[in-house]
Design a protein around this ligand. Structure first.
Ligand code: ZN
Length: 144
């Protein structure tokens, strides 16, 4: 089902991990409303980047979020967040900087190593962060 011109409900709920582990990642109705908010946000991102994006992860049910070791309060759980790459535009750092300088109102945009995490939680804090992966878990610093 198309939510916006470039994004479908299926791709924003698809997970190879869920398939592999037999987890049903079908979102309930209230979450579908949030995924619509996400799709509209991603459409703005695509307009800024001007290139196709590949979504690695969108909505995650609790079982899937645990399986991928997502944060317990992750915006993915509520369907507001997506992890993506856009190789034709550039590296995650240049993507984060471009979105930081854009007029897009997002909640958090995080440079997470080889991908970009963006969320459209209505808190709309427009926070820019960088993830650091260490032996004792992931920490975040402000800025990119
Ligand atoms: Zn994420």
């Amino acid at each position: 089902m198309n939510l916006t011109e470039h994004f479908t409900l299926e791709e924003l709920c698809f997970s190879s991990t869920a398939e592999r582990l037999g987890i049903d990642n079908t979102p309930p109705e209230d979450i579908v409303a949030n995924v619509n908010v996400l799709a509209r946000g991603l459409e703005q991102v695509r307009a800024v980047l001007g290139k196709p994006m590949h979504i690695d992860s969108g909505y995650r049910c609790v079982a899937l979020n645990s399986a991928v070791k997502g944060a317990q309060d992750s915006a993915h759980l509520r369907g507001f967040a997506a992890d993506f790459i856009c190789p034709e535009f550039g590296e995650p750092l240049s993507i984060v900087r471009a979105l930081s300088n854009s007029a897009i109102v997002f909640d958090q945009c995080i440079q997470e190593g080889t991908w970009v995490h963006i969320s459209f939680d209505p808190k709309a804090r427009k926070e820019i962060m960088t993830a650091h992966f260490g032996p004792n878990g992931t920490t975040y610093t402000m800025g990119a």
